[in-house]
Design a protein around this ligand. Structure first.
Ligand SMILES: [Cu+2]
Length: 176
């Protein structure tokens, strides 16, 4: 009996060890974003993980006005309510491609819109190419970056590509 329990314990330890081994090496790199609204109150969060040639963004918000909101990465890691001008302009780093195209500017501005329902709950998930969590074009660069949510459009048309509307929520991208 004692031997058998010992075997189970060894197996459990082995499985626990396996759980620490990432399926893909870069999946372990992650960042979190705590979103605050213009009153400085919590308005949800985002999780950012490395993806192939970019990052995966999973954004969940609460308490924001219903509607279709533009979402962008901005160039400074500072969120000061109410206006969040401290976040600076869009973060849109230059990326050199290796297929002969030379330097390109990826439009990291163009994340999908955040759709907030009548109950104030919003969700958006996407993969953004051209930025990473490490090395060049990192969202965790010196000085930081932010995820900024803009005021909603009246209708349902896409607003992420529109000019920079008023900022209603903001969160600093932080290493997890
Ligand atoms: Cu913006």
């Amino acid at each position: 009996m004692r031997n058998r329990m010992g075997g189970v314990g060894a197996l459990a330890a082995l499985l626990a060890g396996c759980a620490l081994v990432p399926v893909r090496g870069d999946e372990r790199v992650a960042a979190t974003v705590r979103i605050v609204d213009s009153d400085g109150r919590s308005a949800g969060s985002a999780v950012i993980t490395e993806a192939s040639r970019g990052v995966r963004v999973n954004l969940n918000t609460t308490g924001l006005p219903p509607g279709v909101h533009g979402v962008h990465f901005h160039e400074n890691g500072v969120c000061e309510p109410p206006g969040f001008s401290t976040a600076g302009g869009h973060y849109s780093p230059v990326v050199r491609t290796n297929n002969g195209g030379g330097p390109q500017v990826p439009d990291t501005r163009y994340l999908p819109d955040l759709k907030v329902k009548e109950d104030g709950v919003g969700q958006m998930e996407t993969i953004v190419k051209g930025v990473r969590l490490r090395g060049a074009n990192s969202l965790l660069k010196r000085g930081g970056t932010t995820l900024v949510i803009h005021t909603a459009d009246k209708g349902t048309r896409s607003v992420s590509s529109a000019s920079d509307r008023a900022r209603i929520a903001c969160g600093v991208v932080r290493e997890q």
